[in-house]
Design a protein around this ligand. Structure first.
Ligand code: FE2
Length: 200
C-alpha cells in the first residue's frame, strides 16, 4: 500500500499539474501540497474530497485503501456455465427470467450479475421506475430491446449494445423481441426499485 503523499504526487504528475497549479485548484499553497507529498502533513477531509475531484480519482485510491478491504469480506472464485444454470422468474416482471451467475454469493452481495431473457409472448410495456444502487450496466447478447431513459429518449439495443445507467435515472421498457437475452451487472447485488409516475 502506498502512502497518501506518494499517491497525491503520482496522480498530480499524471494530471500534468505542478504543485502550485494543484494548490490553486484546491485552494491551498504549493508548500501545503509539497508537505502532503513529503508526508510532513496530511490533507484535511475536505481537501481529500477536493483532491479527488481535481485529480479525478476516488478517496480509496487517493488514500491507498486496497479494494474490498473495508467493510467487506474476501471474494471467492466462482465459475458458471450456461448448460448448468437455470432461468427463474423473479417476482415483479413476468416478462423476464433470470439466470444468476453466482457473483452475488462470491462477492458477499457487493456485486450482482445475471443473464436476463424474455419470456416469449409476455411482452408488456414496463412502468416507469428507478433503481437505487451504485452501479448498473446491461449488455445485450441476443435479440433486441427498446428502453426509454429520462432525458435520454428511447434507445433500441441490439446484440453488442451496452448501457450504463446512473443511479436513480427513471426508465421503462418499451418492447423487446421474444429471443432477447442480456447480461446485467449491478452493485450491490440487491437494491431498491421505485415505481415512478410517467413523465409529464
Ligand atoms: Fe430497470
Amino acid at each position: 500500500m502506498s502512502g497518501v503523499g506518494e499517491n497525491i504526487q503520482r496522480l498530480r504528475r499524471a494530471a500534468g499539474l505542478t504543485q502550485a497549479a494543484l494548490g490553486e485548484e484546491i485552494g491551498v499553497t504549493n508548500t501545503a501540497v509539497s508537505n502532503w507529498e513529503q508526508g510532513l502533513a496530511e490533507p484535511t477531509l475536505q481537501n481529500v474530497l477536493r483532491l479527488c475531484e481535481v485529480l479525478n480519482t476516488t478517496a480509496d485510491q487517493l488514500l491507498g485503501v486496497p479494494f474490498g478491504s473495508v467493510g467487506s469480506k474476501a471474494q471467492v472464485f466462482v465459475v458458471s456455465h450456461a448448460d448448468e444454470g437455470k432461468f427463474e422468474g423473479q417476482g415483479l416482471r413476468s416478462f423476464f427470467e433470470y439466470r444468476q451467475l453466482g457473483v452475488s454469493e462470491a462477492s458477499n452481495g457487493e456485486f450482482g450479475a445475471h443473464v436476463i431473457r424474455a419470456v416469449p409472448g409476455e411482452q408488456l410495456p414496463g412502468e416507469w421506475h428507478s433503481h437505487d444502487l451504485s452501479f448498473q450496466m446491461v449488455y445485450v447478447t441476443k435479440g433486441w430491446v427498446e428502453f426509454e431513459y429520462e432525458g435520454q429518449g428511447a434507445h433500441m439495443l441490439r446484440p453488442g449494445s451496452c448501457v450504463m445507467q446512473p443511479s436513480g435515472i427513471r426508465h421503462r421498457l418499451i418492447r423487446n423481441s421474444d429471443d432477447l437475452e442480456l447480461v446485467e451487472i449491478t452493485s450491490p447485488a440487491s437494491f431498491e426499485t421505485t415505481e415512478e409516475k410517467a413523465k409529464a
